[in-house]
Write a protein that binds this ligand. Structure first.
Ligand SMILES: *Cc1c(COP(=O)(O)O)cnc(C)c1O
Length: 375
């Protein structure tokens, strides 16, 4: 099979030791009876789902969370045998496959349970399908909103001859990464009201993403769904500081593919939006918005030879230009995320420039950027 990006010096480097260190820091801080499930959706937030899952497991993760069924199947195919929870809604037509592969799914309606019951029976499935009931306490995304609906679903799950294993119950906070905890408290109260409708709680009761565990540790149930922080990224951006050092695992580097002197008055890239103010050394970097390096990054910078170099002219689909302090050879390393000398560029810096969050930049890094692992 041809691996697109294999013959390419523009690379995402992932430090698996940093991932393990972040997980160990969280393992040391949380209640020892609380499990850590590593959230590896969206190709491990761009870092590589399988490699991250294996590193997380080595560091002590005892389960995994993903967004869609295919991500769970990829983990099973790679030999992961721990519990895997699909956090989004999976279409009930896949119920037999979910049961067969021993995967757990989030369920937010009675209708889902009824449809899946019919499909499982029609396919003579006898292995129980693991269900985590999703409660909507204020995220407004998926889940049961009222104690009555929830109690009915629990009754269905607890029936004799049920095709389900009532394995978990959970919610998700919308503002756990903010200093103001008014809305968080409102959601927490809703959670308490809802779970009071469940006579016997299932094995896994969980509410915490990274932010909740970092800043509201007291409400962790017996599982933490540890996501962005395991990659060394602060879920709050700059707003709150983490209780331990987070080590960013990802760096992004390229090599200059072309270097030239551009005469004063000549312009660069689409729209000719940049014109050289004097004779300038210009380098071409073989990365562009098709790689997830956003077009809005014109005017931002990269590092070459430990020096900050401005991105001049529009970022193209596959290439962009930077202004160099002096002539440097073709093949010189360009750091787009990471450290060179005493300068560092973080995913947070890029996100700030783009007016978004580091999550979006990390998981936007395209598959054609090869991932290289160091441990
Ligand atoms: C993505 C996700 C997480 C992980 O969130 P982080 O902020 O990355 O820790 C946890 N729970 C749910 C339901 C999610 O969708």
């Amino acid at each position: 099979m041809v691996v697109i990006g294999e013959h390419r010096h523009t690379q995402v480097k992932v430090d698996l030791q940093a991932i393990k260190n972040n997980i160990k820091a969280e393992m040391d801080r949380k209640d020892p009876l609380t499990e850590l499930w590593a959230v590896v959706k969206a190709n491990g937030y761009g870092h590589g789902i399988i490699q991250v899952a294996q590193a997380a497991k080595q560091a002590g993760a005892t389960g995994f969370c993903v967004a869609i069924l295919d991500e769970a199947l990829a983990l099973r195919a790679a030999g992961i045998t721990e519990p895997i929870l699909v956090l989004g809604i999976t279409e009930p037509e896949y119920a037999p496959l979910i049961a067969e592969k021993d995967i757990s799914v989030a369920v937010g309606t009675q209708d889902w349970l009824d449809t899946a019951t019919t499909i499982l029976a029609a396919n003579d499935v006898t292995t129980p399908l693991h269900v985590h009931l999703a409660l909507d306490t204020g995220m407004g995304r998926i889940g049961f909103q009222t104690p009555t609906e929830l109690a009915a679903a629990v009754t269905t799950l607890n029936q004799t001859n049920t095709p389900f294993d009532f394995e978990g119950i959970f919610t998700h906070f919308a503002t756990a990464d903010q200093a103001d905890d008014t809305y968080f408290t409102h959601q927490l109260n809703n959670w308490k009201t809802l779970i009071a409708a469940v006579d016997e709680l299932p094995r896994y009761v969980h509410v915490s993403n990274s932010a909740t565990s970092l800043w509201h540790q007291a409400c962790n149930g017996n599982v933490v769904r540890f996501g962005v922080a395991l990659y060394g990224l602060n879920p709050s951006g700059q707003e709150l500081s983490a209780p331990y050092d987070l080590q960013p695992a990802l760096s992004l580097t390229a090599q200059l593919s072309f270097v030239k002197k551009l005469a004063k008055g000549k312009s660069i890239s689409y729209g000719a939006t940049y014109t050289a103010a004097e004779d300038e050394w210009i380098g071409t970097v073989p990365i562009g918005y098709a790689d997830g390096y956003e077009r809005r990054l014109q005017g931002f910078h990269v590092l070459v030879d430990g020096q900050v170099c401005e991105i001049v002219g529009r970022v193209c689909m596959d290439q962009m230009m930077v202004r160099l302090p002096h002539e440097v050879p073709v093949g010189t390393q360009v750091t787009l995320v990471g450290t060179d000398g005493d300068q560092t560029i973080t995913l947070q810096d890029i996100a700030d420039y783009c007016g978004t969050i580091h999550y979006e930049i990390a998981c936007g890094l395209a598959p054609r950027l090869p991932r290289v692992y160091v441990d």
